[in-house]
Design a protein around this ligand. Sequence first.
Ligand SMILES: N[C@@H](CCC(=O)N[C@@H](CS)C(=O)NCC(=O)O)C(=O)O
Length: 222
Amino acid sequence: MAASIQLYSNDGCPYAQRTRIALLEKGLDFDFAEVDLANKPDWFVEASPSGKVPVLVHDGHRLFESAIINEYIDEVWPQPALMPADAVLRAQARIWVDKFSAFASTLFYIGVKKDQQELQQLTEKLKAELQTIEDNGFAVFSGEGPYWFGQQLSLVDINFYTFFERMPMVEQKVGINLAAYPLISRWYQAMSDRESVKATARTAEQHIESFNRLSDRLAARL
Ligand SMILES: N[C@@H](CCC(=O)N[C@@H](CS)C(=O)NCC(=O)O)C(=O)O
């Protein structure tokens, strides 16, 4: 019998990877459809008004936006919990996931830009964002670690992780090394060891290659 959960995804998409990790952490069975984003099939265009992955279909409901889909997953299948029991910490989790979109967008632009002056500015911006995550995030919430909220994995970890997996591209292109951020490094190692992450991870070479291809494609359009 087909699973009652379908995920429309793309292997290279960090947002879709977030949702795959959340479903795996919950031990859920789901059908998976890989969407070619360069040549979107009609059924996908009909299913996704924004044309973006991920889309989660559950019991006939279609849901969009990875961070919101992941909260839905956590509410509908509460075990193991991926949000803190405390309401203030839950609010903090949402604040940081929201704030994180700035980091994700800086990382993306580093991946695709070619202009050295722009890259220099983006590098400084990303370093400042990493320092904020280290000092105002992990140092405040994580205690003995290794996760954002200590020993309990949460949606903050999952929603951040997929972008950090792309940091080798940043290191290769502009020389930022995660080793300069010890709490982030400790966390990243713990995340990399999780089965859900191993099942969805792509290699550093794959990420570097994808960003190079995208960067060339965007440059050719100008
Ligand atoms: N805010 C969205 C972003 C999703 C997104 O940007 N997905 C990209 C792939 S990584 C996409 O589907 N792009 C196709 C398009 O824009 O045509 C989320 O969190 O789900």
